[in-house]
Design a protein around this ligand. Structure first.
Ligand code: BDR
Ligand code: CA
Length: 314
């Protein structure tokens, strides 16, 4: 692991089963100092993503971390229907405690902008696990604050892989292509973690059993979350861990192969919405195109099983 000192981090997320795993991984890893969680509608509506973020923090006994309500809909189009894959509650029906702390009253974008202005420039990273609506609003409405972000690491897109909602479209970019286009063209330090990589970090049932057998609440909880992912997708031998790859990249970039690509985002409608194109006119983005999947999985297990928390399972 190369993150020697904890990085000040904001997680922008739409939990979501794999978001939940990513959040628990970040809480379990000493590499992150999480200043807040900003929520966005995506896998499911904003009320549910916000509630799920609070429930995860309650489970981990980390209600010192504030949760903010962000965008309830994409910048300029109708949002997606809830994804069946994540269940009616967005996290596969896994039992989590209700939060004691209420979400903050300030809007996520407003808080994030002010927080960035209070911190030294370059010191705050944003880990983006959902549609990029909050980030795009920050870039457009508070550009001076956005320029102070250290780096954005975002799960999204498909480069050489086929998409998961359209032939070349991945869910997070497809859900708000206009926001993705703003982020890609922003000139901010952006690392994109696309399906090309996340489909190679796959949890098997054996992996779930290893986590369950460990007995530590974080590991057991992540095992249950992956198990519910399996239930939603019958007859699969393994499931991709999309969003946790963002945290894994932040912790151990040496496990990933990065290339700079010039990208543009299709902002049309229909099945090509959110598709990425490599072209000389595109904006330069650091893109993760390769990963050592088995070492990434080992690292995930290591972080979850090493952690000693007060987390408890309901
Ligand atoms: C992305 O879409 C969502 O369903 C997941 O949470 C992940 O962020 C994968 O395409
Ligand atoms: Ca997500």
């Amino acid at each position: 692991m190369t993150l020697a000192k904890p990085r000040l981090t904001v997680i922008d997320t739409d939990p979501g089963i794999d978001d939940a795993i990513g959040i628990l991984l970040a809480l379990a890893s000493p590499g992150f100092s999480i200043a807040g969680i900003t929520t966005v509608a995506g896998n499911i509506g904003i009320e549910t993503t916000m509630r799920n973020a609070g429930r995860l923090l309650a489970f981990a006994n980390r209600e010192d971390i504030p949760v903010f309500r962000g965008a309830a809909a994409p910048l300029s189009r109708v949002g997606p229907e809830p994804l069946n894959l994540h269940g009616e509650d967005g996290i596969g029906g896994v039992a989590l405690p209700e939060p004691a702390r209420l979400p903050e009253s300030r809007h996520a974008v407003e808080w994030l902008a002010d927080f960035l202005m209070e911190q030294p420039a370059g010191m705050v990273d944003v880990l983006a696990l959902g549609p990029l609506t909050n980030l795009a609003r920050l870039i457009v409405e508070r550009p001076e604050a956005a320029r102070r972000i250290g780096r954005i690491i975002a799960m999204g897109g498909a480069i050489h892989e086929h998409g998961n909602v359209g032939p070349r479209s991945e869910f997070n970019l497809w859900a708000d292509p206009d926001a993705a286009a703003v982020a890609v063209a922003s000139g901010l330090s952006l690392v994109l973690v696309p399906l090309d990589v996340t489909r190679r970090v796959r949890a098997t049932r054996e992996f779930v059993q290893t986590l369950a057998a460990d007995g530590k609440p974080m590991a057991v909880m992540v095992g249950s979350l992956i198990e519910s992912y399996f239930e939603a997708a019958t007859n699969r031998e393994s499931r991709p861990l999309h969003d946790p790859c963002v945290m894994l990249y932040a912790i151990a970039p040496e496990l990933f192969r990065i290339e700079e690509l010039r990208l543009s985002v299709d902002t049309g409608s229909g099945e090509m919405a959110g598709a990425l194109t490599i072209s000389p006119d595109g904006s330069p983005v650091q893109v993760a195109l390769g990963v050592n999947g088995s070492e990434a999985l080992d690292l995930l297990a290591q972080c979850l099983t090493a952690v000693s928390t007060n987390a408890s399972i309901e």
